[in-house]
Design a protein around this ligand. Structure first.
Ligand SMILES: Cc1cc2nc3c(=O)[nH]c(=O)nc-3n(C[C@H](O)[C@H](O)[C@H](O)COP(=O)(O)OP(=O)(O)OC[C@H]3O[C@@H](n4cnc5c(N)ncnc54)[C@H](O)[C@@H]3O)c2cc1C
Length: 417
């Protein structure tokens, strides 16, 4: 693939594979390079818990999930939206269904059959794969440098499309190492940060020295889900669901949904505060009435258990987060049951996150997703500066941007330069 007629797609995740498909369909010779021995490792992992391909909600709320980057993501999704994605999957023999939450899954929930069919189709279209090729930047003459098991290989393609992913789960291949290399070439890269991530708590009333839970609480409850519960924070209205206690904090769907707001609060003020509603099914008045109900000789814990059906974990949370005085004051305790403040002091590292915020800023790109600082180099997928909650939005935007960048590349090659 030193042939100057070929196009190099670096990164064989969903974005790079979609780009390769569009480039091959336009008649270009394409090689997909990847650092790992096989492509699509994160995609396969995404399939472990049920592959959430996209979301069935209408276009406007769908685009709204991309927050401050909605305006930049909208044109990409107009070219490849949730319906287009479902049709594309069907073309690979993978039927999809809409779950109760509106999320869209393959009928067998798995990623492997889709990836297998996709790779077969790509090979049939002439796409070549160069595995164990870790891109390490550019040589002085502008060629691409790859570290391979046989030593360094230099490649001079006609154009390059980078789809290197973010920095989460680096063991699967995307480690964010590209960020300083692009920045050194004058590309505006927003710092890579965890998105859809867990957080460390602390200090708590029971562990004032913080950070983290008291040892007793962590030992007893780490790994357990808190449910039902509702969670709110500055800028995020209370929503019901569940989250999980970890050794040092919290994670899980409710936390991920609020993670961008929480991360920004922490960056601004050093901490973020959550309000937990431990009894979302009951009104504050009812909770107060039950707390005030005479408890006779019963301990406070058995009183709360019998009147409000509070389990060990929720009781543990109260003891962890409230002082003894607060526990013993009925009005304070009742208010806390409906709005228990929990302080977070740091997001978990990006390596543990579901996805990555930050990356190549759209301002550094043409409409066709080419780097203005590096003509002939296009960028797609999670390495772009956008973030979205879980729900199928991440894969949809990765695929849509892979397609848009490839179309941009085709147009650039065809146009005057
Ligand atoms: C546990 C988990 C579950 C998820 N579940 C879902 C889900 O259900 N629905 C959803 O929408 N999203 C989900 N996601 C997110 C989704 O998988 C990603 O957003 C998506 O894979 C990003 O695609 P990408 O092509 O941009 O990058 P990636 O999939 O990360 O692919 C990047 C590729 O680039 C390669 N690469 C990186 N650096 C180099 C280099 N220097 N040289 C050569 N190759 C390199 C990597 O090896 C990798 O193959 C999940 C993520 C995780 C971690």
């Amino acid at each position: 693939m030193s042939s100057p007629d070929s196009i190099a797609v670096i990164g064989g995740g969903p974005a790079g594979l979609m780009a390769a498909e569009v480039l091959a369909a336009a008649g270009h010779a394409v090689t997909v390079f990847d650092a790992k021995p096989s492509v699509g490792r994160k995609f396969l992992l995404a399939g472990k818990g049920g592959l959430n391909l996209t979301h069935s909600e209408p276009f406007e709320p769908f685009v709204g999930r991309f927050g401050t980057r909605a305006a930049q993501i909208a044109p990409l999704l107009r070219g490849f939206d949730a319906d287009a994605l479902r049709t594309w999957a069907a073309g690979l023999g993978v039927q999809t269904f809409v779950g109760t939450s509106g999320r869209v899954f393959p009928t067998d929930l798995k990623a492997a059959p889709l990836l297998r069919a996709w790779l077969q189709r790509l090979r049939a279209a002439g796409v070549k794969f160069a595995m164990r090729h870790r891109w390490t930047g550019w040589a002085d003459d502008g060629s691409l440098r790859f570290a391979t098991p046989d030593g360094e290989r230099l490649v001079t393609p006609r154009a390059t499309l980078l789809a290197l992913g973010g920095a989460s789960w680096p063991q699967l291949g995307s480690d964010g190492a590209w960020a300083p290399w692009l920045a050194a070439r004058g590309v505006d890269v927003a710092p890579l940060q965890p998105a859809n991530c867990g957080f460390d708590v602390g200090p708590t009333a029971a562990h004032a020295a913080g950070p983290g839970w008291s040892e007793r609480f962590a030992t007893e409850f780490a790994g357990q889900p808190v449910k039902p519960v509702a969670l709110a924070t500055d800028g995020v209205a209370s929503r019901p669901g569940e989250f999980v206690i970890t050794a040092t904090g919290i994670e899980g769907s409710l936390v991920y949904a609020a993670s961008s707001a929480l991360r920004e609060q922490i960056a601004r003020t050093g901490t973020a505060t959550l309000a937990l509603d431990l009894l979302p099914q009951l009104t504050p008045e009812r909770v107060l009435a039950e707390v005030k109900h005479p408890r006779g000789s019963r301990s406070l814990s058995s009183h709360l258990k019998s009147r409000l059906n509070l389990g060990a974990l929720k009781l543990g949370l109260l003891h962890e987060l409230l002082t003894r005085e607060q526990m013993l004051d009925a009005a304070t305790l009742a208010a806390a049951l409906k709005s228990l403040p929990l302080t977070l002091h740091a997001p978990r590292p990006v390596a543990e996150a579901i996805s990555t915020a930050g990356g190549v800023r759209f301002e550094a790109l043409t409409d066709g997703l080419m780097l203005t600082a590096l003509p002939g180099v296009f960028v797609a997928g999670e390495m772009l500066d956008w973030e979205a909650p879980t729900g199928g939005y991440l894969l949809t935007a990765s695929l849509a941007s892979g397609r848009a960048a490839a179309q941009g590349l085709v147009g650039w090659l065809a146009g005057p330069r």
